[in-house]
Design a protein around this ligand. Structure first.
Ligand SMILES: [Zn+2]
Length: 362
């Protein structure tokens, strides 16, 4: 491809799709203009105002705080740390290219349904599914008790296309699925959801509502073994958000564990009975900081999984440490290779070595 073709193509890489693949937190959306937390400079701790503008008309971005800016393809390349050629190839593979703008407009991104409706639809969906033996054994093997496996509502995603169509059809008779991430309409206008080799991991809020569904894949895809159940680039589909799960946290909780895996979060909640905040694919510290403020939390331990750690975790930890250390928080990191390694760790019983931790993450 010559340079002019390339310049033409990069104008059509949909910036909102790119933001989605990079897990950027979009905070506001007004017409063509969306505001997100900048993946390069974060945000001002006091004002917490999103400074990254994404323009879906021009597919350009710019940050009013650090001055970063350019086309969507460059945004992807810089966040992922790859060259633009690789960024281009990855984005094409992820269907972010749309020369024909009309095609984008007939499949608008739906507004997210409220939590009660999402909870009802997802519970109904999970009620129609089973947890197959291989996945049950996997969960037992990492240390979850049968009672936790039941309570956490893990379910295998059906491989059979007709089954997925029937389930979606039944759900669509009872609920409006426009606004429920994961569901979309096919060309015949019937509802469906995608096949994944793996199982659903419900992400609960503090009131026990299911906020969204995470998918634990049997085999990692693009270096990630956990992805969101989402349908933002499909007909009548809906984008998910990066939900955070808080478990065992009360007003006087002083110590908390942070993990980028919901399954690990369940394990810490159910087996160790410790306070834990779980998330996945988050590319900035903003949401986590929001969870921590308004609590009495003082000591934070990050669990870092090797080698299955998410690409952005180093960045997030660095960012959180930079923001929280001056405020007097104690921060530490613990490394694990397998989920059950958490049973061998001593959390919060030693004095944290802040200087060591800082050196490791800086
Ligand atoms: Zn910035």
């Amino acid at each position: 491809m010559d340079k002019l073709d390339y310049q033409e193509v990069q104008k059509h890489i949909n910036i909102l799709n790119v933001a989605y693949h990079l897990c950027l937190e979009i905070v506001e959306q007004k017409g063509y203009e969306s505001k997100a937390i900048c993946p390069f400079c974060g945000y001002n701790k006091n004002s917490k105002i999103p400074t990254l503008s994404l323009n879906s008309q021009t597919n350009k971005y710019c940050c009013s705080r650090c001055g970063a800016g350019g086309f969507s393809i460059g945004l992807y390349a810089r966040v992922r740390g790859v060259n633009t050629k690789k960024a281009y190839a990855e984005l094409i593979a992820r269907e972010c290219y749309s020369q024909d703008r009309a095609a984008v407009e007939i499949s608008p991104i739906n507004l997210l349904a409220d939590i009660e409706l999402r909870d009802a639809v997802y519970r109904n969906l999970l009620g129609m599914l089973k947890l197959e033996g291989q996945h049950r054994n996997y969960l037992r093997k990492i240390g979850l008790l049968n009672s936790s496996i039941e309570d956490n509502l893990y379910r295998t995603i059906p491989k059979n296309y007709i089954k997925r169509r029937i389930i979606s059809h039944n759900l669509s008779k009872k609920y409006d699925l426009a606004g429920i991430p994961g569901f979309f309409q096919e060309e015949d206008f019937n509802w469906c959801f995608n096949r994944y080799n793996g199982f659903f991991v419900p992400v609960f809020d503090q009131n026990g509502y299911i906020q969204g569904l995470s998918i634990h894949l049997d085999k990692p895809f693009n270096n990630s073994e956990d992805i969101w159940f989402s349908s933002n680039n499909k007909i009548n589909g809906t984008a998910t958000k990066n939900y955070i799960m808080r478990s065992n946290i009360s007003l006087n909780t002083k110590n908390v564990i942070l993990t980028d895996s919901f399954i690990l979060g369940h394990l810490i909640k159910d087996v160790l009975n410790l306070p834990v905040i779980s998330f996945q694919n988050i590319s900035n510290s903003y949401m986590i900081l929001k969870e921590i403020q308004n609590t009495d939390i003082k000591n934070i331990t990050f669990i870092i999984r090797i080698p299955n750690c998410n690409n952005n975790l180093d960045y997030i930890i660095n960012r959180i440490f930079r923001d929280l250390l001056p405020l007097g928080y104690s921060l530490d990191t613990k490394y694990i290779k397998k989920y059950n390694d958490i049973f061998k760790l001593d959390f919060f019983d030693e004095t944290f070595n802040v200087n060591n931790t800082l050196k490791r993450t800086a």
